[in-house]
Design a protein around this ligand. Structure first.
Ligand code: KG4
Ligand code: ZN
Length: 363
């Protein structure tokens, strides 16, 4: 059994995990900073890196304690080296170097995007097959198409083997999660925006507003900024009491005597926005899966926890669609340990001059 300790500090989560053979989670500890950043409506980089310094040692100690393993049982140490916030990444990479040097452990720098993708190799913690026959949960089959959709990235990737990637498309402007976060802010919903929009959209009518779906049939790149602007225009139109969409008129609540403002149909707008993002992501992923004859489709990154995205992908794509449970979609260190394990088995090692790479992409 090969045990890898994973560390993750690329953004606003301080995380450590121990994973066996790249798939079995022995511990997965995440100290989230969401509450610290909420008042700023997004991640405040300085605060994030300072909090990582405070949290990283107790989080690692907790991960080892929960896994019931000592330092001597570990085979390697994997750490996110990029992409991410430079000050945050520096904490994880330097702590990892210190531990690897002190304990004589191989050090493996991991690409955060690759780590998100490898969350699909992990056996979900509460899967009932976990204890009994975990070896019978087959790993993903190549070739596969993976859609990585997070706060910083939207990448459509063809994967033909471990470490073998071809990026088919990426976002030309906002990432999918970033679009959720920005639109949530426009709508006065909380941070992070993805879960807030999903909740607001629950009883909304996704057909109420017809929003643009950019580049739907052309290539594999994404663009979400036009969609965001379209939502902004609607919000402005309601705020000014200007002309309203015809089909919406009878449902509007107005108070003409006090103000020209009209109440924004929040649920409908959130649902229409969510449906547009999901439409774009599903259409492109489906087309890629067909063109490259994928055996499976994987979803990864924070946005992969979106319910509608999961449902639509599974319903509209003809090959199996796999996605991690929400806790493994957002930032965590189990996925870093898993990616690190496959690199370790392939003989990859990082040298002592491993540096942070805030702008790192997939090859
Ligand atoms: O992967 P992640 O935790 O961090 C990055 O590496 O960026 O992703 C965070 C992103 C945020 O933009 C958040 O709004 C989005 O994932 N997100 C969601 C949902 N849960 C998280 N987006 C849509 N629906 C969700 N349920
Ligand atoms: Zn992430």
């Amino acid at each position: 059994m090969v045990l890898v300790l994973g560390l993750e500090t690329s953004c606003d989560e301080t995380a450590a995990a121990v994973v066996a053979d790249g798939r079995e989670i022995l511990s997965n500890v995440v100290a989230s900073q969401i509450e610290l950043h909420r008042r700023y409506g997004g991640v405040f980089p300085e605060i994030a890196s300072r909090q990582h310094i405070l949290d990283i040692v107790p989080v690692i100690e907790e991960a080892l304690a929960q896994a019931k393993v000592g330092w001597d049982s570990l085979d390697a140490l994997a750490v996110t080296a990029g992409p991410g916030l430079v000050g945050s990444l520096l904490v994880g990479v330097n702590v990892a170097k210190g531990i690897a040097w002190a304990r004589g452990l191989p050090l493996i720098g991991v690409n955060h995007l690759e780590a998100h993708l490898y969350a699909n190799w992990l056996i979900p913690p509460n899967d009932t097959r976990h204890a009994v026959q975990k070896e019978h949960i087959p790993p993903p089959q190549f070739p596969l198409i993976c859609l990585i959709v997070s706060g910083g990235h939207s990448d459509l990737v063809l994967m033909t083997g471990h470490g073998q990637y071809r990026v088919l498309g990426r976002t030309l402007d906002d990432a999918a999660g970033e679009a959720f976060d920005k639109v949530a802010r426009l709508l006065g919903l909380g941070y992070p925006g993805g879960p807030a929009i999903q909740a607001a959209a629950e009883n909304g009518n996704p057909h109420r507003f017809s929003l643009p779906r950019a580049m739907l049939e052309s290539g594999y790149d994404f663009s979400f900024s036009g969609l965001k602007t379209a939502v902004l225009r609607i919000v402005q139109r309601y705020a000014s009491g200007g002309e309203e969409p015809r089909q919406a008129r009878y449902r509007l609540f107005t108070s003409p005597t006090t103000s020209p403002q009209r109440q924004l149909p929040l649920a409908d707008l959130a649902a229409s926005f969510q449906a547009a993002v999901v439409d774009i992501l599903v259409r492109k992923t489906k087309r890629a899966a067909e063109e490259f004859q994928a055996k499976e489709v994987l979803l990864a990154g924070g946005v992969a926890s979106n319910q509608l995205l999961r449902q639509r992908m599974s319903a509209q794509i003809n090959v199996p669609v796999r996605y991690p449970p929400p806790i493994l979609c957002t930032d965590n260190a189990a996925m870093v340990a898993s990616a690190g394990y496959f690199k370790y088995m392939a003989g990859e090692r990082s040298s002592w001059d491993l540096d942070v790479r805030p702008g790192l992409t997939l090859k």
